[in-house]
Design a protein around this ligand. Sequence first.
Ligand code: PLP
Length: 362
Amino acid sequence: MKFIATYAYSKGTGADMVQKIIDLRSDTVTQPTPAMREAMMAAPLGDDVFADDPSVNALQENIAAMLGFEAALFMPTGTQSNLCALMAHCERGDEYIVAQSAHTYRYEGGGAAVLGSIQPQPLAQGASGQMALADIAAAIKPDDCHFARTRLLCLENTWNGFPMPMDYLEQATTLARERGLATHLDGARLFNAAVANQTQGETVHFAARRIADNFDSVSVCFSKGLGAPIGSALCGAKSLIARALRVRKMAGGGMRQSGLLAAAATHALEHHIERLAHDHALAQRLADGLRAIDGLSVRSAQTNIVFVDVADNLGPELLAHLKQHGVLATGLIGLRFVTHLDVDAQGIDWAVAVVREFFQSR
Ligand SMILES: *Cc1c(COP(=O)(O)O)cnc(C)c1O
């Protein structure tokens, strides 16, 4: 059997069979749609370092307004967006409170410490990613020369696919504000969180706005479930974004005709937000299918990420088996499957069938 990146599912039989690769490693693997590519090609461009690119300016105004901020800055990556936020909020010798397995702390090369001389104060998290309010309160240092200055609370939503409960966001950020801390949200998958938090009759945009309202700054990725090839945005007050602009330049993120990319992000905001609910439904379909198989325990499917614990340390073997059958996932002991724009129900059913076959043939 041959595997190819883009083709109809399971054509032919036996050796002639051609199967589309079901890539569930991440929602970052999506290809820009034909309509998105068209929007990119049609974008009016300028030099964004001169603040001259109309497509970048439009995107920045659009996302800032959507999330209720004064200003926004287009960024090449979420990592750079978070770094610029942390360095705009904090000075050298300041400290930020962050969860142990938060992206900014664990998966961004320690950038805040390395490049910003900002000390992280990581805290333990519960199973769905929350730091206890009492732990946050206890971690805020008094104004005393022994201590780094605690300046910022950084939360992440969604975290590992878990949407943070709205009342937790309110309580944690209120606590931070009362103690004089600024607040930043790593909202790489903010709109997935918004879909999960949507109340009856509410638009996804409004739910996203309700989440963002708790924070002084929010970083959101266009390159995840929204399906753009590249890009994130940092949103905040004008003064904060002005500081972030300096850091972005310093970090090498001053781009030129980046309207080409901003147009993809604008297209994603216009066409790919509402459809995230479909990714969540597919994750649910995958989780339900996997739950019916002995030897697995399925941990979460509240948004577009499904974690699966595999019995008897069979994770690596299962991963290899999946790959052999055209299904890609990540992980070791626990496997991770992420749904997105480029998978459909047929692909999910194929993935479940391959997992079932793995356990049946043992
Ligand atoms: C993907 C992601 C980022 C940013 O990642 P980049 O690959 O740098 O764009 C930040 N935070 C979270 C939670 C993420 O999932």
